[in-house]
Ligand binder design. Structure first.
Ligand code: FES
Length: 146
């Protein structure tokens, strides 16, 4: 028995159904993601940075990468470790700690940040992002952004 030929109406109805299903799927995905956000899609591992006993307050910084992001750690004047992103909040250049001036300095447009990352000069619009610091005995770790 021969199959009935596909009529233009039937073909267009089928095409409309497939297009509608794809379109609804495309609309539904962001709505579902909004309604059920994933709390932490990126794992923020604990990473060893330095030994506390090897650092001096407001001395040299320990430069490291955290999740491929340039970061730096210094000891503040009171001996508290502070870990900051070294990505300038202006246009993303890499800042460096200058212990003689007690600033994180951005060479691109002379942006300046305090030891705790606040903007103290130049064009950066925001402080340097800060990492969670964990001290266990003599070991200093970072684990995610504050
Ligand atoms: S990129 Fe740092 S001050 Fe412009």
């Amino acid at each position: 028995m021969a199959e009935a030929p596909i009529t233009r109406r039937r073909f267009l109805t089928y095409l409309l159904g497939v297009t509608g299903a794809v379109g609804l799927g495309g609309l539904a995905a962001p709505i579902v993601r909004y309604a059920y956000p994933v709390a932490h899609t990126q794992v923020e591992p604990r990473q060893f940075v330095a030994n506390l006993s090897e650092l001096t307050p407001l001395g040299e910084a320990v430069e490291f990468d955290y999740l491929e992001r340039p970061a730096g750690l210094i000891l503040l004047e009171d001996g508290t470790p502070k870990a900051l992103s070294r990505v300038c909040t202006h246009f993303g250049c890499i800042v460096g700690w200058q212990p003689e001036d007690l600033i994180w300095f951005c060479p691109c447009h002379a942006g300046m940040f305090s030891p705790t990352g606040e903007v103290v000069g130049g064009p950066p619009p925001a402080p340097l992002p800060e990492f969670n610091v964990i001290v266990e005995g003599d070991k200093i770790y970072v684990e995610g952004l504050v």
